[in-house]
Design a protein around this ligand. Structure first.
Ligand SMILES: CC(C)(COP(=O)(O)OP(=O)(O)OC[C@H]1O[C@@H](n2cnc3c(N)ncnc32)[C@H](O)[C@@H]1OP(=O)(O)O)[C@@H](O)C(=O)NCCC(=O)NCCS
Length: 217
């Protein structure tokens, strides 16, 4: 099998998780990473080099014959930062899906590009997932659930609802009840149980989850 030559754009802590999962994904050859900080160039992350600044990605694609990329930037700088980066990089190079072999992905689910589904995740029949989403270990996207773009589903999350809007974070151990929706740009706190629809741009937590305040824009 000819391996796809890929890069990770952004060398934050999230890139460590991707590197760890890639060890189990033989279809990809990780050429290296890129960074937004000149001072990080040539550093190594778990043996892989930070090859260049993000602004030099077009040259890197040509010189190293890169086939695809995935975002290595996590939640630290917020979901907007991720959006800003992928909006620039997507037109240059294809975002690829990294799906760990232990992810139970229904062949009747629809998924976009640039997604990262960690080990021991479940994507059920009829689920629809957009682009550039992260689904962390032991989380389940259940039957018919819709997930927008650039959504972060942390560990041990259960989604049995209707729709999760784009750029939303669902933190560890939270669950969204049957037929319930969460808006865009929301943060659902750790362990929350969302039993009623949440509008766009709110922070909510607790059981049952209550809106605490708006997300700062
Ligand atoms: C949800 C979140 C925005 C809350 O932040 P915050 O409002 O600054 O919360 P604070 O830490 O200041 O805590 C304020 C109060 O809310 C409580 N609280 C915070 N998160 C809570 C939660 N998930 N459930 C219940 N109570 C919570 C605190 O105990 C504290 O209570 P107190 O006033 O009685 O002491 C923040 O925890 C967050 O961003 N979580 C998401 C983390 C994430 O991105 N996870 C994914 C990692 S991959």
């Amino acid at each position: 099998m000819k391996k796809k030559r890929i890069i990770i754009v952004g060398g934050g802590e999230h890139s460590h998780l991707i590197i760890n999962n890639l060890e189990d994904c033989p279809e990809y050859h990780l050429v290296g990473l890129t960074t937004h900080l000149d001072s990080e160039i040539s550093n190594k992350i778990f043996g892989f080099s930070i090859l260049c600044h993000d602004r030099d990605i077009p040259e890197l694609i040509k010189s190293e014959k890169i086939d695809g990329y995935i975002l290595g930037v996590g939640v630290t700088h917020g979901m907007k930062k991720r959006k800003k980066i992928y909006s620039v990089v997507d037109p240059l190079i294809s975002p690829i899906n990294i799906i760990h072999p232990t992810c139970v992905l229904s062949k009747h689910a629809r998924i976009g590009k640039g997604n990262f589904f960690e080990a021991y995740t479940k994507i059920a029949i009829g689920a629809v997932i957009g682009n550039h989403c992260i689904i962390n270990s032991f989380s389940a996207v259940n039957h018919g659930q819709i997930v927008g773009d650039n959504v972060l589903i942390a560990c041990n999350v259960s989604l049995a609802g209707k729709k999760i809007g784009s750029h939303t974070i669902i933190a560890d151990g939270a669950s969204v009840a049957f037929k319930v929706s969460v808006g865009e740009n929301c943060i659902v706190g750790d362990g929350a149980v969302v039993t009623k629809d949440l509008p766009d741009g709110v922070i909510a937590y607790g059981n049952p989850a209550k809106i605490v305040r708006s997300v700062e824009s």
